[in-house]
Design a protein around this ligand. Sequence first.
Ligand SMILES: CC(C)(COP(=O)(O)OP(=O)(O)OC[C@H]1O[C@@H](n2cnc3c(N)ncnc32)[C@H](O)[C@@H]1OP(=O)(O)O)[C@@H](O)C(=O)NCCC(=O)NCCS
Length: 246
Amino acid sequence: MPKTARARKKTAAPARRTGARHPQPTTVRIEPARPGDARDYFRLLLTALPDEPLPTPEALLSLPPEQFTHGPALCLVARDTRTGKVVGALIGGVPVWIDENPLTNQFTLPGVLLGALMADRIAGIHAIGVDPDHRKQGIGRALITTAEQHFRDAGFKLSTLNHTPDLTRFYSRLGYHSSPQLIILVPGDHLFGEQAPGYLMAAKPIAPRVEVVMLPQAPGPIASGLFRDCTLPPGARFEDGRLVAP
Ligand SMILES: CC(C)(COP(=O)(O)OP(=O)(O)OC[C@H]1O[C@@H](n2cnc3c(N)ncnc32)[C@H](O)[C@@H]1OP(=O)(O)O)[C@@H](O)C(=O)NCCC(=O)NCCS
């Protein structure tokens, strides 16, 4: 079994607040989803993506581990250790926009398409959902940090996701920078921008020497250090929509 596919166990901390207005603490284990979890897994994901077509649940969860827990997909559940019930779900993998953005399949760097290089470095959390009765107990945080560890173990350098503006604080406390546009510094000092209309794009470095930098007047945070010899020079600034090196 490849290293990335090993079941990892992580236990969400029990809630600190246990008054009547707060849910009872739940002890959960974060682990790869099992085929028998399909119904609850997709029900919870649909709370995050009500309009998205999702793959056939049973088929996806029956895939053997490859790049991630289920073929190309990272499918994690938060399981209540007392009842065995699935109370949280996360799906991730390589972000869809890398394949869909026409530029990633046109722009070539010596012998390789930009999209192929990005798909080796940038991972994405497609959706996360926690059962309404189990929210605010650290389960969402545990799912995300476990997903980031899978991404790191598979060699990815940047974790990304899209979210609605109301979740900016939730993701910023987890180390994500959110903005309408994510900018990626690619070889040749080119800047690649990606937007998700109606959503904010969030990114978090998960490897050494990778940074997400806010430059005054830049249209969004710039992910730097993803490619070899490709980092923002100290003192770089943005002027008239262009990156200016000192
Ligand atoms: C967003 C969601 C996954 C968070 O799950 P959760 O288990 O409640 O999150 P956690 O308990 O780990 O929260 C971590 C922190 O974020 C805060 N937080 C959680 N949900 C929040 C929200 N909707 N808005 C603002 N802050 C939030 C928590 O209070 C907690 O703060 P703390 O560290 O000070 O205690 C959950 O609310 C959910 O399933 N929502 C519906 C689906 C959705 O919107 N998914 C995200 C889009 S893909």
